[in-house]
Design a protein around this ligand. Structure first.
Ligand code: VGL
Ligand code: ZN
Length: 228
């Protein structure tokens, strides 16, 4: 096994019932089809295997239902940094999803969870959207309540490389991979292990990821990295 892979982590992002057919409130087409790929990756000797969960309280700001007259998928809202009213960002609104304590919040039972070292939750602060499993887009100053334990876990385990799979490729996987690369881990998305809300956007997102320094690789190349 190459030295690089000995210090690699696998991040399985938001593979939850609400993001998958048949019953998910925000079901991503073919969301369940990535399970065999993820289970193959979970069987490899990554130094650390983490599953993340989108973990929203009822009334979360990203739910269209929290904004009278607004509609999921088409409407947007503006989020303001509670610590700095000048820092704002626009974010898309969604159906209610992954509410804490509901069946839609559960990780898919077909995942080989016995191989997962740790589950990290995110999106728990009702005031902000949090696609990235590391932190919210509020940076000036960062909103403390919306920083997960993920970066600390990677540092404590001396991780140098990160591989990302999960849902959705165009939202949480994308922003998690960009933050991971930005925080200093060499980061790759494993292409067979993602599906997107809007599959047509994936080619552009790959270009965006690569422009930010993150890679997009195949399952086969990751398997080879562990044997080479
Ligand atoms: C996600 C939309 C809303 C994701 C989370 O996990 O990609 N997408 N919340
Ligand atoms: Zn969410």
């Amino acid at each position: 096994m190459s030295k690089e892979y000995e210090r690699a982590a696998l991040l399985v992002v938001d593979v939850q019932e609400d993001f998958c057919p048949p019953n998910g409130s925000l079901a991503i087409p073919e969301g369940r089809d990535i399970i065999p790929v993820i289970n193959e990756l979970l069987a490899l000797p990554f130094a650390l295997k983490i599953a993340t969960k989108d973990h929203h309280p009822p009334g979360h700001i990203s739910f269209a239902s929290s904004h009278p007259g607004k509609h999921p998928f088409v409407s947007y809202t503006t989020i303001v940094n509670p610590a700095n009213p000048n820092e704002k960002y626009e974010t898309r609104l969604w159906p209610d999803h992954c509410i804490i304590g509901t069946p839609g919040n559960e990780l898919l039972p077909e995942l080989d969870l016995s191989k997962v070292d740790k589950v990290v939750v995110k999106g728990c602060d009702p005031r902000v959207e949090m696609y990235s499993a590391f932190r919210s887009p509020l940076r000036d100053p960062p909103l403390k309540e919306a920083i997960s334990e993920l970066a600390d876990l990677l540092r404590e385990n001396n991780i140098t490389r990160v591989f990302v799979v999960g849902l959705a490729g165009d939202y949480c996987v994308k922003y998690t991979a960009i933050d991971s690369e930005e925080e200093g881990w060499k980061t790759d998305v494993v292409e067979e292990g993602i599906r997107c809300v809007n599959a047509d956007d994936w080619e552009n997102i790959k270009a965006e990821l690569r422009a930010k320094g993150a890679g997009v690789v195949s399952l086969e190349s990751v398997k080879q990295g562990f044997t080479a």
